[in-house]
Write a protein that binds this ligand. Structure first.
Ligand code: FAD
Ligand code: AMP
Length: 480
């Protein structure tokens, strides 16, 4: 038996479900195959992002930040909050409810837009056909006008720290602890390791993060990274760079983690260990060799700028292709390919994709950082302004961090904006809009920002590019 569709999407994460919804909205007969089964044994849409990624991690980050504020920051405002405590199972239940709402919401959108949700596994075979094997029942072949591969990524596992029950866990297991571990080890100081480490640190865990490389967040602007590292250490996180984990042993409900650093071989004992050493594209059994799809040298599905694979009519998007592993990047690629399939001309601007680290302070950025600008030549200038000098930040007692602007010194065009501080994720979006419209530094200097507002720090950083910041005591002639 075979069924015909205009579009078959394999994978129902933020890339795949957006592609499916957009394709259906554009009048195409669309099916989305997704195999995810949640911890209750039920099929759930939304992929990594909604089930074990962006959404649950932010739910826990928000809950634990409120707890931290109540315990540590309320007193500054004259509020006494004694006996504040955290009910961890209640926090986890709240997170689970949010996940259920989000994944259920995607299913509802499928229904509303007429997308057929096929629960099971999809595999691309020669001739743009898709073999669909339902969780229950026989395999059937789907004939597709176009196919979108969107199967995402999986956590990398390392032989020196094999997962073990609820003691040595990956990013999914780290969202499920039912009590606060007294001592928590994290392998990897990437975004996921820092966010999950922050959650449990705020609840009182002694968190040690072991990172093999000597640079903290290498993709982040150096000054921004330095400020975040200082801040996280001040919050009590023990972040050790140049520290490579070489082994681990679970014994009597504890984990002995061996590592080597500049001083030699050492070990620590922790109650839980999170392995957060990155994610890799998930393409297992996704296509046959004769399907015509190829991988690149790093194991990603090879695509061009329009997410087209080597097979005409077969596209790949999200974490299985090059570029940052971010939900919004996956979503916009999904929308782009659906529009291309429907015959529209469209292109994603990969230079304007924002990134966020949802620690406290948040780090967010878009475009080139200073190190990247320097590597391209000397024709750049920078501006910087601290939250400390901003009235709204002072009023909110949120004065850590700054905004940094990198611009082209010849054309004045904004090349990048890098923020560490309160609401960095939201302020960055103003930079994204400006850069998408090709704004110059002067354009933003001339705009009126509401007072008092945290966004004024962005304005002042733009002014600082030319040594014109108002709320700055420094009188300086800008060199760059
Ligand atoms: P996925 O979301 O991984 O979805 C792929 C889907 O395809 C899954 O449901 C999978 O089961 C299914 N599938 C796989 N193979 C098959 C097959 N053969 N047949 C049928 N179905 C299949 N990104 C952000 O932008 N912001 C954040 O704050 C953020 N936080 C994160 C926090 C954590 C802890 C983690 C782990 C990730 C986070 N990410 C974040 C990254 C984000 O989750 C991913 O970039 C995003 O989910 C990628 O979307 P995708 O559609 O490519 O794939
Ligand atoms: P990311 O890919 O951004 O999530 O980051 C994962 C981090 O884990 C990288 O910075 C790696 O350097 C780090 N890492 C990988 N293997 C090890 C290891 N054995 N010990 C310590 N850190 C590691």
């Amino acid at each position: 038996m075979s069924e015909n569709y205009d579009v078959v999407v394999i994978g129902g994460g933020p890339g795949g479900y957006a592609a499916a919804i957009k394709a259906a909205q554009l009048g195409l007969k669309t099916a989305c195959i997704d195999k995810y089964i949640n911890k209750n044994g039920k099929p759930a849409l939304g992929g990594t992002c909604a089930n074990v990624g962006c959404i649950p991690s932010k739910a826990l980050l928000d809950s634990t930040w409120k707890y931290h504020e109540a315990k540590e920051d309320f007193a500054v405002h004259g509020i006494s909050a004694e006996g504040v405590s955290m009910d961890v199972p209640a926090m986890i239940k709240r997170k689970d409810d949010i996940v259920e709402k989000q994944t259920g919401g995607v299913a509802m959108l499928f229904q509303a837009n007429g997308v057929t949700y096929l629960q099971g596994t999809g595999k691309l075979v020669a001739g743009k056909k898709v073999e669909f094997t339902p969780h229950e029942g026989d395999m059937q072949v789907l004939e597709a006008g176009s196919v979108v591969l969107a199967t995402g990524s999986e956590p990398i596992q390392i032989p020196v720290a094999p997962l073990h029950e609820d003691i040595v866990v990956d990013n999914s297991g780290a969202l499920e602890f039912t009590e606060v571990p007294k001592r928590l080890g994290v392998i990897g100081a990437g975004i996921i390791g820092l966010e999950l480490g922050s959650v449990w640190n705020r609840l009182g865990s002694e968190v040690v993060i072991l990172e093999a490389v000597d640079t903290f967040l290498p993709m982040v602007d150096k000054q921004v990274g330095k400020e975040l590292l200082k801040s996280l250490k001040k919050q009590g996180m023990d972040i050790r760079l140049s520290t490579r984990v070489t082994g681990s042993e679970v014994k009597d409900g504890e984990v002995i983690v061996s590592f080597s650093d500049d001083e030699g071989d050492k070990n620590i004992t922790v109650d839980k260990l999170i392995v957060a050493v990155g994610r890799r594209p998930y393409t297992e059994d996704l296509f046959t060799v004769d399907s015509g799809v190829n991988l690149d040298e790093r194991g990603f599905i090879f695509v061009n700028q329009s997410c087209q694979t080597d097979v005409p009519g077969v596209y790949a998007i999200g974490d299985i292709v090059r570029g940052p592993a971010l939900a919004h990047k996956a979503t916009e690629e999904g929308v782009m390919v659906a529009e291309i399939i429907a015959g529209h001309h469209t292109q994603l601007n990969y230079d304007c994709i924002p990134s966020v680290v949802y620690t406290h302070p948040e780090v967010a950025w878009v475009g080139m950082n200073e190190e990247q600008a320097k590597a391209e030549g000397d024709d750049y200038k920078t501006g910087m302004f601290a939250f400390m000098a901003n009235g709204r930040a002072v009023a909110a007692n949120e004065t850590t961090g700054f905004v940094k602007v990198v611009a082209d010194s010849k054309t004045d065009r904004i090349l990048g904006v890098h923020i560490v501080g309160p609401q960095a994720s939201e302020i960055t979006m103003q930079a994204v809009i400006a850069m998408e419209f090709g704004a110059s530094v002067e354009d933003l200097q001339m705009m009126v920002f509401a007072h008092p507002g945290l966004s004024e720090v962005l304005h002042e950083a733009m002014l600082d590019v030319d040594g014109k910041a108002i709320h700055s005591a420094k009188r300086r002639k800008k060199r760059r």
